[in-house]
Design a protein around this ligand. Sequence first.
Ligand code: GLN
Length: 476
Amino acid sequence: MNLDSLSIDAARSRIQQGETTALALAEAHFARIQEKDGEVGAFLTLCRDRALAQADRIDRMAAEGKRLPPLAGVPVAIKDVMSTRGVRTTAGSKMLNKYIPPYDCTAVARMEAAGAVVLGKTNCDEFAMGSSNENSAFYPVHNPRDLRRVPGGSSGGSAAAVAAEMAVAALGSDTGGSIRQPASFCGVVGLMPTYGRVSRYGLIAFASSLDHIGPLTKTVRDAATVLQVIAGRDAMDSTSANVAVPDYVAELDRPIRGMKLGVAKEYFGEGLDDEVRQSIEAAIAKLKSLGCEIVPISLPHTPYAIPTYYLIATAEASSNLARYDGVRYSLRARGVKTLSEMYRRSRDEGFGAEVKRRIMLGTYALSAGYYDAYYLKAQKVRTLLTRDFEDAFRKVDVIVTPTSPTAAFRLGEKSNDPLAMYLADIYTVTADLAGIPGISIPCGETKEKLPIGLQILGRHFNESTILRIAHAYEQT
Ligand code: GLN
């Protein structure tokens, strides 16, 4: 079966028409994983039984002539930071190597309720901390477009699974760019919804005020379809918003003529690779030719985004990760004599270097005497960054930027230099801090055939507009 460019709608309608079965689609994807994933490393765990049971359910519905739900029979992959009942969930960490959750993440449950067939759990940076997937405690992911290069992070496994056609769609999580940046590196679509649009229930916490779940897909339409399914209030997450979910798919084809696109000078400065710049400028010109108006804007606090993000994210992480104490679901060191030795040794053995670095940074930023100077100050700058966007969105409908300053870098190229790695997120962290939605869509290639991503940012709860513009661009 040819899986290339198989979209969600195509998969569902082929099953509905009886041209294929959900079982055959699942098997074809497992065969593809078998063939390809040895060199890519996108998956950590496969859940064949669960997938085949769901496929069978869908095939029975189709055989009975029932109208199939939007993701019926669609093979999907789930980043391993989302809990799956009865299926190992590691967060890319040795700490949770053997953890089997007793419940499902809401987003996963909603995908399955809409008919999706979960093939397995994807590799990621440990606790979603990273920009290259090299922080996975298990093995790195290789970019399917060039195996010597990273797929981006931290949702690198999800992006690579979709890019290598090992899944039709995937879920990832974005705290500072982890959906959009790997989408950009692997040449797929990645959507980070507004904070609160999608429930975080069952998402293993990294930084709770910044964590977002969202789709990685082959097309913008597919991203709209998945968002439609996972969005909306969930009683299990008090931060999930009680805001009506529009019909994202129906709105895709509305005209974009006359829309105002903001271009912020702060996103085109030093550090931006020339080929990426040219490609983004060409994409902006194309959007202009579709009738959009280009408006120069300024987001003046952008230079403070990286330090602000790395203070808030590490502070929240240090608190969230305190739960891994060796007592409950996590790894417990053997041969210890006292309680405190058990805590210390379990955390020492279970966490990798980057996670430890962040726990130390965050604990420091929150400690008495430093709280005002670091954490509190960062929260104030976060407000200023949010206001930058609010001011801009009084003048424009969306903001277009590069997703990442460079295309995919080589494995090992930045792994010994955490600060250089942190700068890979320079264009993505601001949206997480402000809680606004953003999408990355493929917009070109470098001379070496590496994908380049265009980022489109929108107003709170205005995913429809960014999806519409992305869709119009994609059609050209
Ligand atoms: N790369 C960023 C970090 O390391 C973002 C991670 C994320 O979005 N989960 O924190």
